[in-house]
Design a protein around this ligand. Structure first.
Ligand SMILES: Cc1cc2nc3c(=O)[nH]c(=O)nc-3n(C[C@H](O)[C@H](O)[C@H](O)COP(=O)(O)OP(=O)(O)OC[C@H]3O[C@@H](n4cnc5c(N)ncnc54)[C@H](O)[C@@H]3O)c2cc1C
Length: 436
């Protein structure tokens, strides 16, 4: 009966993790994806993806694969986007998940019925062939990604071309142009490096100073190095890695960067050795936040100016779930217990965790917990009801003692160690098993 079934929306890494977990529990499910294949945003040909040619993983191959399915040994420390896509496609094929996905099918609306089931409207096909269907489901897992809805800012007075980095694909777009990249997340830094090499003139505007974490320490990827050492309290980790960063990178202000206004790890880690290289070689100029603009001249908060004909906004994304926003709440950061259990029963989200480590391990842990909670609904109804009470009321502190900066990007941000420890404790309490 359809109401017993679960629908998984999206076949990126989060949707695949969810599908594997439901399969392992022997639960009936349907899986839909609006694109033509598996891979989510890592498929550079998927319309609307934020992927660009120079993108690589920033967490290492060693730390980033799905548990039980490591990335290939011959991958480099930081694989490129095509390698990540190939890895995801082989994961899906080897776990027999691909054949169960209905492609070219988009969820456009979800309504919750009085009996707690969901009416899901899907749209399939194109043009005259387009058709809509409404199906009833008992459970829904939203795994539709959080990097598709660009957060666009206005620059009043600016008369040149301005667009969001979601549209950026490769450095040829910069040839013969004077480019300003706004925002210094990992994508912003990558794209600024492309501009440093390909534009007539390149600049990057950052509202605050950031810590740059080296990609390798003693020849090891930094996350492998960090995990292999002794467990340290956070204040000591901040002191040790802060000192290391200063020893390797020196004083950031000598490169025109601002001094960080926060301690190490209090913002999402920036792993980009190349931006420092290009700043050191004068290929790009670092500027603070934008104060005003007139024509093509942009004035920064320190009074300096840049005359540019292209502004690329690397200003992040809103975590919208357009087909079910009212059920999930806040558009910047949907309100979910442990980042996966919506406050509405039988509604889940995978892929919404914002953390300082590779995300796939967490996607897998959360998927296993969601699957076992769904299984409890019929197999152990008392356990299901008891857990729903936690979902409604429990709001644990998952910061691991780190005071993440107060910014939209860090709203709901969690420390990877703190959330993993908490998830294991919850699973133990519920009698659920998690892969080691
Ligand atoms: C440049 C870059 C570098 C990154 N580096 C790392 C890294 O080093 N380590 C790491 O762990 N993470 C990294 N990430 C984070 C990245 O978000 C994840 O790797 C991952 O792709 C997110 O998976 P997802 O399945 O949640 O979402 P997505 O990959 O976005 O997949 C969502 C899927 O849902 C589909 N979909 C959306 N809406 C609908 C709908 N209504 N109906 C049907 N289908 C729908 C989409 O077509 C898509 O296929 C990086 C991201 C970027 C952009």
């Amino acid at each position: 009966m359809a109401a017993d079934r679960t629908l998984i929306i999206g076949a990126g890494p989060a949707g695949l993790a969810a599908a594997r977990a439901l399969t392992e529990q022997g639960l009936p499910y349907d899986h839909v994806e609006r694109h033509s294949d598996v891979g989510g945003l890592w498929d550079i040909d998927s319309p609307g993806t934020p992927m660009y040619e120079s993108a690589h993983f920033i967490s290492s191959r060693t730390m980033s694969g799905f548990p039980g399915y490591p990335m290939p040994e011959d991958y480099p420390d930081y694989p490129n986007h095509r390698q990540i896509l190939a890895y995801l496609r082989s994961f899906a094929a080897d776990a027999s998940l691909t054949d169960r996905i209905t492609f070219h099918t988009e969820v456009v609306a979800i309504e919750r019925e009085g009996d707690g089931t969901f009416l899901v409207t899907t749209r399939s096909g194109d043009g005259a062939e387009r058709s809509e269907e409404v199906t009833k489901y008992g459970q829904l897992i939203a795994a539709s990604g959080v990097q598709w809805d660009p957060n666009v800012i206005e620059i009043p007075g600016y008369a040149g071309e301005i667009r969001h980095s979601v549209t950026y694909r490769d450095p040829s777009e910069f040839a013969g142009r004077r480019v300003l990249v706004v925002g210094a997340g990992n994508s912003g830094c990558d794209i600024a490096c492309d501009a440093a090499r390909s534009a007539d003139h390149a600049a990057i505007s950052m509202r605050r100073g950031y810590w740059f974490i080296p990609k390798h320490i003693f020849g090891q990827p930094v996350d492998v190095f960090a995990e292999s050492g002794p467990t340290m309290p956070m204040w000591l980790e901040q002191a040790v890695f802060g000192r290391l960063s200063r020893v390797i990178n020196g004083d950031p202000t000598r490169l025109g960067l601002q001094k960080p206004d926060h301690k190490l790890f209090e913002t999402h880690p920036l792993l980009n050795d190349q931006l420092l290289h290009h700043l050191q070689h004068g290929d790009i100029t670092a500027r603070p936040g934008i104060a005003s603009a007139e024509g093509t001249v942009i004035t920064f908060t320190d009074g300096t100016t840049e005359d540019v004909d292209l502004v690329l906004l690397a200003t992040g994304y809103r975590h919208t779930i357009p087909y079910a926003q009212s059920l999930f709440g806040d558009e910047q950061h949907p309100d979910m217990y442990l980042t996966a259990f919506a406050r509405t029963p039988a509604l889940y989200g995978i892929g919404f965790v914002e953390t300082n480590s590779g995300a796939y391990v967490l996607m897998d842990m959360l998927s296993q917990m969601v699957a076992q909670h769904i299984a409890d609904r019929t197999r152990r109804p008392d356990a299901w009801t008891a857990f729903e009470r936690h979902v409604a009321t429990d709001r644990p502190d998952l910061s691991g003692g780190i005071h993440f900066v107060d910014s939209p990007r860090h709203q709901g941000y969690v420390d990877a160690h703190a959330i993993q420890k908490y998830l294991r404790a919850v699973a133990r309490r519920m009698g659920w098993t998690l892969r080691a």
